[in-house]
Design a binder for this molecule. Structure first.
Ligand code: ATP
Ligand code: MG
Length: 253
């Protein structure tokens, strides 16, 4: 069965899509099969982040039963499989409450389904909460973002959702931010990812190549790889591990 992980927030623009896309790619690079779903049907951005231009079949078509899931699965150059949302200005009022039924059909198709969700607690976000089995809450370290994220967090917990942890994005470590410990105390929840504010991320979005591909050694890309390893339950190889593997030697432990 796939792990269906939703990427949620309170406020918009905090970095959900950046997180979902790069987490998906980082898990793919760990050898996992991953399907990334854009469930932010009113303001979708996944195809923009991934540089996908031509996607005639989308999540809206799946929900409207106009297409089979395999038709709307696109393979990104990274190996990540993607179900995009319709980006056009066409007026499409799909019954988003059907999302869960369709996503459950994906459950045996991959190791992970990562869902990029709408911000806040409107109908799109609520339908995504219903469809997911595990939850990441993305916030920035500013008070309004944290306060809004907490509302989403409480709603998910109120539905007995399994929260994997908080991802704090655009961290500058300056005097105008809440500190990690303060955010953890406020939520009574662990932070499992800290992503620095990194101008390479803005450049990567402009270039339509996710940061884990665009600048794999940037601080933000490293942070997303670390998050993927944490979720997959593997640790970062140490220099010792690398030395043993280069020499093709077994490590006695
Ligand atoms: N770590 C980072 N460092 C610098 N800028 C970042 C970082 N993460 C995201 N951004 C910037 O923030 C913008 C918004 O990010 P993103 O689209 O991932 O947010 P979102 O939460 O998905 O937004 P929405 O709620 O509208 O879906 C990006 O276009 C990018 O410019
Ligand atoms: Mg987004």
């Amino acid at each position: 069965m796939s792990r269906i992980i939703g990427v949620f927030s309170g406020k918009g623009g905090v970095g959900k899509t950046t997180t979902a896309v790069n987490l998906g790619i980082a898990l793919t690079k760990l050898g996992k099969s991953v399907i990334l779903v854009d469930s932010n049907v009113n303001t979708p951005n996944v195809s923009l982040h991934l540089g996908m231009n031509f996607t005639p079949f989308t999540i809206q078509d799946i929900i409207e039963n106009q297409t089979y899931i395999p038709q709307a699965l696109y393979i990104h150059e990274s190996g990540l499989r993607v179900i995009p949302a319709d980006f056009s200005l066409k007026d499409r009022h799909v019954d988003i409450s059907e999302l869960k039924n369709h996503m459950h059909k994906l459950a045996g198709e991959s190791d992970y389904v990562i869902m990029d969700c709408a911000p806040g607690l409107g109908p799109d976000a609520r339908a995504a909460i219903e469809a997911c089995s595990e939850f990441l809450i993305v916030t920035n370290p500013e008070t309004p973002a944290v306060a809004d994220a907490y509302k989403t967090y409480k709603s998910i917990k109120g539905m007995n959702g399994k929260v994997l942890g908080l991802v704090v994005n655009k961290v500058n470590n300056d005097a105008y931010e809440l500190q990690s410990g303060e955010i953890e105390d406020f939520f009574n929840e662990n932070i499992i990812g800290i992503v620095p504010e990194d101008r390479n991320v803005r450049a990567s979005i402009q270039d339509r190549k996710p940061i884990t591909i665009y600048r794999p050694n940037s601080k933000a890309a490293r942070a997303y790889r670390k998050l993927a390893m944490q979720i997959e339950g593997v640790r970062e190889p140490t220099l010792g591990d690398i030395l043993f593997s280069l020499l093709n030697m077994d490590r006695k432990k």
